[in-house]
Structures are given as structure tokens and as C-alpha cells.
Design a protein around this ligand. Structure first.
Ligand SMILES: NC(=O)c1ccc[n+]([C@@H]2O[C@H](COP(=O)([O-])OP(=O)(O)OC[C@H]3O[C@@H](n4cnc5c(N)ncnc54)[C@H](OP(=O)(O)O)[C@@H]3O)[C@@H](O)[C@H]2O)c1
Length: 225
């Protein structure tokens, strides 16, 4: 049977790559973007809602999709902050509004969106959140990108709440680490190309077990929280 997915934040980078990969595998994909996204238009996905900001518009998306049900919902949208230099800022040297937006976009908004979209996931399906290995508290050995990392740690914590309460016994919950990938966020210095990362994540999404809650890499390896 044809599988189906919703991907939130698919205008470019990993969201666009995953959309293309799942469409190439024969999935029906509803993909969202905030503004014009020519490459997404050409991907073969159904672009459900133009101007869908993960911080605000998820109810509109849920209403537009009505009674449709999906195997996978992936919350992929994320930010490093207002600019690349922000990643190097520390907690003592930042603007409160910028930190609030980082935390809202990367941690709170995806889980709120996950709760709104959960009824659209089929029994035995998967709710996935794009995290990062930088969100692992137990693996952390540097101070690199401390605010971005904290936002992904907060996401991970909220994801476990979501798994324990909302998704429990009905759908799998995944916190994904895509690898360090050559996107606008990952920069050209990153280890992986988008195709390698998204092929791995598509395999992980296709193989999730209904009751599991896992923090998992694109290669299928489980990470400590
Ligand atoms: N690349 C890496 O090495 C890496 C590693 C670990 C985790 N990640 C995570 O993977 C996800 C995708 O990253 P990427 O590398 O593909 O980054 P990217 O190339 O910078 O793309 C970011 C995507 O998120 C969307 N987005 C940002 N804020 C949004 C909002 N408020 N509402 C809706 N969409 C929003 C952007 O849309 P616009 O085009 O409208 O701005 C864009 O589609 C992020 O959650 C990131 O934290 C990436």
C-alpha cells in the first residue's frame, strides 16, 4: 500500500531532500513551506499550505487536511538563530527576543504542532521531530553552539513528554539526528551530502516500530538523550 507523509519545513535543505526522497520511493507527500519554493514545487509533493510557519499556522494545515490520515508526520523546520554568527553567542551575550524565538521555533512550536497533527497519524504510524546530536546532554563534551544545542535538548525533553502522554501506545515517536549535513544551516564544511542523510532517514522513518520512542541517527543508531 502507498505510504504517506507530511513534512513541515520543506522549502530547502533536509526537508526538501526528504520530500524528494520519499516521493522517489512512491510515497504521497504533503510538504509545507513559508514562502515561494520553486524546487519544492518541482518535487512531486503536494504543497499543502503556502506561508505555513511552524510557530503559528499548524491549525490551518490540520483543517485543510481534514479527515486524511498519514503514516508519518515529520516536524523538520528549525533555525540556528537570526544569523550564522548567533551559533557562537553564549547565554550571557544574547538578546532575549532572539533566544525566545530560537526556543519557540526549535522546541516548543514543533511539539505543539505535533499535538495538533497527531490525530492525522494512522494507528501504528510515526511522529518524527528533527533534533540533532547537539541536543544530547549525555554526549556533550564541548560548549559548541550552546543555545542552539539547548534548544534541541529542550526539544528532546518535550518529545519524551509527547511520547509518554500523547503518542503512547498508538504511534512511534522519533527524535532524528540527520548527521552534519551540507545545507544552508550545516554549511559547506559538513560531513554529509543531503542525499546520504535523507536516504538514511527515509529508511529509519519506514522502519519505525509502533510503540517505540527513540533518539536515532540517520544511520539507524540509537543515541543517548
Ligand atoms: N544541516 C545539519 O547539519 C543539521 C544537523 C542537525 C540537525 N539539523 C536540523 O535539521 C532541520 C533542517 O535543517 P537544514 O539543515 O535543512 O536547515 P536549512 O537549510 O537552514 O533549512 C531550514 C528549513 O527550516 C524552515 N524553517 C525555519 N524556520 C521556520 C518556521 N518558523 N516555520 C516554517 N519553516 C521554517 C526553513 O524555511 P524557509 O526557507 O522559509 O526559511 C527551511 O525550509 C532543522 O531542524 C535543523 O536544526 C540540521
Amino acid at each position: 500500500m502507498t505510504k504517506s507523509a507530511i513534512i513541515i519545513g520543506a522549502s530547502r535543505g533536509l526537508g526538501l531532500g526528504l520530500t524528494r526522497e520519499l516521493v522517489a520511493r512512491g510515497w504521497d507527500v504533503v510538504a509545507t513551506r513559508r514562502g515561494p519554493a520553486a524546487e519544492l514545487e518541482a518535487s512531486g509533493a503536494e504543497v499543502a499550505v503556502v506561508d505555513m510557519d511552524v510557530r503559528a499556522d499548524v491549525e490551518r494545515l490540520a483543517a485543510a487536511l481534514g479527515a486524511r490520515r498519514f503514516d508519518v508526520v515529520l516536524l523538520c523546520a528549525g533555525t540556528m538563530g537570526p544569523d550564522h554568527a548567533f551559533a557562537e553567542r553564549t547565554a550571557d551575550g544574547v538578546d532575549k527576543a532572539a533566544v525566545a524565538d530560537l526556543m519557540w521555533t526549535n522546541a516548543v512550536a514543533p511539539v505543539r504542532a505535533g499535538r495538533v497533527l497527531l490525530p492525522l497519524v494512522k494507528d501504528g504510524g510515526t511522529m518524527a521531530f528533527m533534533s540533532s546530536i547537539l541536543g544530547s546532554v549525555s554526549l556533550r563534551q564541548t560548549g559548541f553552539a550552546e543555545l542552539y544545542s539547548a534548544s534541541k535538548s529542550a526539544l528532546n525533553s518535550l518529545v519524551t513528554s509527547f511520547a509518554n502522554v500523547d503518542a503512547k501506545g498508538r504511534v512511534a515517536t522519533l527524535a532524528l539526528h540527520p548527521g552534519w549535513v551540507r545545507t544552508e544551516m550545516g554549511t559547506e564544511h559538513a560531513d554529509l551530502d543531503v542525499d546520504t542523510s535523507v536516504r538514511g532517514m527515509a529508511d529509519v522513518l519506514g522502519a519505525a516500530q509502533p510503540l517505540e520512542c527513540r533518539y536515532v541517527t540517520y544511520a539507524g543508531d540509537t543515541l543517548p538523550w
